[in-house]
Design a protein around this ligand. Structure first.
Ligand SMILES: O=C(O)CCC(=O)C(=O)O
Length: 250
């Protein structure tokens, strides 16, 4: 798994939530979506660059820092398993940097823009970072499984620009890009990508929900450095723009 991650920039991780535990994770997730667990300004629309259809609250619901909003999440079995996968992939000094939920409601049909996560982040001297993307529903092409560009993490970051509404960022890429690969995973399974791997997902055109929970890891010393620089992935600050100088447009 570690070799594949190093070579390709992404790798399937296998099952991280047992079938028996899925119901509990889905229940917590749905309490966030219904507002029973409040998320306030930590809830945004990652697809807000597309006009919302009547009755649609968000095209793509993004809730950052669910574990800070609802700390019991951290004590459920997933976190320990994901941490050991992260350490296998980027090294024993990996710690949880931040987490988020990204949900695509039925028939919202809005793709997640192509991007590299590192473009959102302040530049780090040690660039090791891994996102573990855990599916709470079976995913496929039609409901928005993840796509990655194999080997893109080995090249310089692409220039990114704000999405048309200025709320998020994106870069030029498409499914025709050499190496672009869809990675469908089953509910409870995960796929990992590095901070500089190009990725996106299609919109959800099915009758079902597509719930993903994402845990992001980097070396403990880099998390400390980020925090000293005032960067906490939206815990207290709220910045969704290009921050990495390597990803700015010339
Ligand atoms: O779930 C998605 O559609 C996008 C996920 C993503 O961009 C990420 O995990 O960095």
């Amino acid at each position: 798994m570690a070799q594949r991650f190093a070579d390709d920039g992404f790798t399937p991780v296998g099952r991280l939530i047992s079938t028996a535990d899925l119901a509990q994770y889905r229940d917590i997730y749905d309490r966030f979506l219904s507002g029973d667990i409040e998320s306030g300004e930590k809830r945004t629309d990652l697809g807000s660059h597309v006009d919302r259809k009547e009755g649609v609250r968000e095209n793509i619901t993004q809730i950052i820092w669910p574990s800070a909003l609802y700390p019991p999440l951290k004590d459920l079995p997933l976190h320990e398993k994901a941490l050991s996968a992260a350490r296998e992939l980027i090294g024993p000094d990996a710690e949880l940097d931040f987490d988020m939920m990204i949900h695509k409601a039925p028939h919202t049909a809005v793709p997640t823009p192509w991007h590299q996560d590192a473009a959102y982040w302040v530049d780090m001297p040690d660039k090791r970072a891994v996102s573990i993307w855990i599916a709470l529903d079976d995913t496929d092409l039609d409901n928005g499984c993840m796509w990655y560009v194999r080997g893109s993490h080995l090249e310089p970051l692409r220039p990114h620009h704000p999405t048309s509404d200025g709320k998020n960022i994106e870069c030029d890429c498409s499914e025709d890009e050499p190496g672009a690969t869809p990675v469908p995973v089953r509910a409870g399974e995960a796929v990992a990508h590095s901070g500089s791997t190009l990725h996106y997902s299609r919109g959800n055109t099915t009758d079902g929900v597509r719930r993903a929970y994402i845990l992001n890891y980097r070396p403990a010393a880099m998390i400390e450095l980020e925090r000293r620089m005032g960067a906490d992935h939206g815990l207290n600050e709220n910045v969704r723009k290009v921050r990495n100088s390597d990803a700015t447009e010339q």
